[in-house]
Design a protein around this ligand. Sequence first.
Ligand code: PLP
Length: 419
Amino acid sequence: MELKIGNIPATKLAQKYGTPLYVYDEANMTNIMKDYRDNLKSNKYETLVLFASKAFACMEMYKLINKNGLGSDVVSGGELYAALKCGIDPKNIYFHGNNKTEDEINLGILSGVNFVADSLDEAMMLDRISTKLEKDINVLFRLNVGVEAHTHKFIVTAHVDSKFGMLIDSNDLKESINIVNNSKYLHLAGFHSHIGSQIFEVDGFYAAIDKLVSYLKNFDKKLTLNIGGGFGVHYTDEDHPIAPKEIAKMISKYVDSSLEKNNVEISKLVIEPGRSIVAESGYTLYTIGNIKQTPHKKYYFIDGGMADNIRPALYQAKYDAVVANRIDDEKTEDICLAGKCCESGDIIIENIKMAKAKRGDIVCVFTTGAYGYSMSSHYNKALTPAVVFVNGDKARTVIKRETYEDLYRNDVSEDYERI
Ligand SMILES: *Cc1c(COP(=O)(O)O)cnc(C)c1O
């Protein structure tokens, strides 16, 4: 038996495109997007699924989400640029971020996207810039609803001193809303919360929905309720995620009941899954180089590491992996799967049972589709790997492997000038 991605043996992909290699199963991503889109439904309000594009931002991904009827959440000018370039309707783009720059705000306003404002300072800035440009903007506010979702502490966002959002009972929020109400160009469109990431229980979302909905009682106008993302995925067998289809159904049903209970109406419900659309559709293939036995450990060294996947070092994230060309062999070895960067923390999996392998064997790490490529770096001047999409028995490159020239293309040797 062979490990296949789509219908293609992983070893064949490694051979054709080289390693390290990010591989995405396009059919799987498409199914998940459809599952979210078709099951977040109500006859009382519109619904919209946004891909939280920071999880995996590249041109082909923006095109794919557009093709499948999703919008995009963006958190920077760089993401916004690509979302617009790939034809996503600005009405379906939501611009997040706690410190958008003047340039980013200009670009966002001129292109007509929705803003999710994070602070009083930002509300003032949006007022000033929209007045200068004489352009209307829809503004949502990110609220800190104080719900701490059960997840790893580094990725929890909603404590009172969080850098994100404003507290519901804060003066900053009241003043921000006043600014919008008194502005010619700003229009209050709704409220947003995002309670964390890699969440497996729906209770946190339900609590956030109740807080937001009861807050909406303060407004006469029907507004947008955007409850963010954070739906968990399977990295290892310790993770038990709820299927996207079920999540979407549970959320729309709960929102319906919360609206009824509070006697509130909304115009639109928005969710923003990032990780859960791409994580499990992504695989990283590596080639094993040196193998080393120390007194208490056996290392398989791979030709990538923290430069293409920082999550283990950053969050102690756990992964599962196999030797792709030996998946029928018994897993007899206790292995530390380590990268090639000059950091002792450059370890992808601290301790995993793997088949006995040799130099040149191919390792496949699972569930690397979210926050892998998008958080990659050039540390040690690592070349960013190629990204390949697979659909059935076909494959195509969507991001080329970097070359050494690419690495230094912005380096210059200018003469000093007096400034
Ligand atoms: C990161 C983020 C998301 C997506 O989170 P996932 O865990 O990838 O689903 C959604 N909304 C906002 C505002 C975010 O910052």
